[in-house]
Design a binder for this molecule. Sequence first.
Ligand SMILES: [Zn+2]
Length: 583
Amino acid sequence: MRISRLGSLLFFFFFFFFFLLLASVLPTFSQDSNPAAPPAAPDSATVSKAPNPSPPANPLSFNDVLDRVIQREHLFLAQMRHMRPMVETYLQDLKSDSDGNSIPVKDQYFLGRLEMNEGPDDVSFVGQPGFGHRMLNKLTGVYSMRFLPLGFAQMVVLDTDFQKQYYKFTFVRREFLGEIRCLVIDVEPRQGSGTGRFKGRMWVEDQDYNVVRFNGTYYPHPKTSYYLHFDSWRLNLQSGMWLPAYIYSEESDLKYMMAKSLHFKAQTRLWGYDLKGLGKNEEFTQILVDSPQSVKDQSEAAADATPVVAERMWERQAENNAVDRLQKVGLLAPSGEVDKVLQTVVTNLLVTNNIDLQSDVHCRVLLTAPLESLTIGHTIVVSRGLLDVLPDEASLAMVLAHELSHIVLGHQFDTKLAFNDRMFFPDEESFHRLDFKRRAADEEAADTKAVELLKNSPYKDKLGTAGLFLKALQQRAPALPNLIRPHLGNGLAAGKSVRMSTLLASAPQLEERRTDQIAALPLGGRIKLDPWSDHVDLAKAKPVPLISAREKMPFEITPFFPYLTRFSTAGTDRVALTAPDRK
Ligand SMILES: [Zn+2]
């Protein structure tokens, strides 16, 4: 659902502030805003593409550096106006338990596309008018308090009217972020420079002077509203382009409304910048779709499909349509290395069970955080979030065995998507139009078959950890409905019931205080996503030993520390997230 009407209203006053506004003061805000869009340099596009391989011969003065930084930041905004990345925010509301540790008690999820061409706007994929509305009703439960519709995505911008005279800049030191040498600069708004200026620290790479990270908040906040703290990271995704990729936000005790306080952690990720590239499978699809009708060859080898073959081709057509659409929208990663890892596990299951399906099973990665897996024809899809939290290969085999069972049992796949007109819908309706939910009876049958497949497989002696994962899932599911809620397929858990519950019985006791028992991992450590091309890869960072049980953080949110590198056309390996601690 588009919220551009609201968005264009907000356009006038968005630039100052981000967050936790009291609804009642919105009109007042719009009066004291100023036109914020900085003029784009006429030749900005060419400037942005020009690589700058060598640092300037003469070291610049700090003042010159600041001029460059501000110029680059204006260029950044001009670049962002042409971008329409996906933006996903996942937030966990926290409470302290009896040991003083913070545990998630509620969660929120938002997925949309960021539009900055005439001021930030968003297009929601998950059926609510924007993050703000949901926050108002569900997170705070306080009607007079709201998050702005653009929510966390606004934190991609340091200041849309970034001018030297508004700030006091202090050079702190030089520091490496990954392999990028940065100037670290403290930034403080001057008195009288307006509300909602950035206050904190920025890291500026020392070749072209792009801001690569900024950490702080907006200041001063208007009398009746609040800004959250955030840590915003950009990656060098193309030559001359440092684009927003990660934002971490956290508040432990933000007081509002006299007696209330806000306690949460949130991760925002952006991806799908290369919209043209994402759609490039289109031609390939067209060939596949056309081929059944265009068999005009009169040679003897050519023959019409038999009814059975025709039925299979028809299903394959529906499957290809759906898979290609999901990839084009930016919800599915292009085929890659992670798929091969998943396919190896599927092959292990098939071979040890002597099953010949007569056609290949493909595996693909859904780019979103909520934990889900589904089957589209002969394609098994597993979400990034689920791959992140699964503790080991046996638990991955459990997820894949369930989906594989749908294929092995020949469960009906709705072929309505084989008609191409059904693919004509706006991207943001993808979750409604592409629904791969199974009947409860099919789910049960798949569970039973999956246990059978696993018992014959190389994973048969390691199913304890798979059961343990399900136990952890069952325990956390009531507090984290938005993480567990599937968008395309069936849920892993609903209420107290979980998928493949027979494995629960054989699983060991869940022991939260033991550091050597890892039932589920934190979000974000296993899969690394290239925000430009949407390619996914397995993170290479090695697990570190846990110091305390607090570091287990099953299904939880952690800060980001990407290893920054410069864009190079040769390397595909430029986004290495340091993994959170894990076994
Ligand atoms: Zn299923």
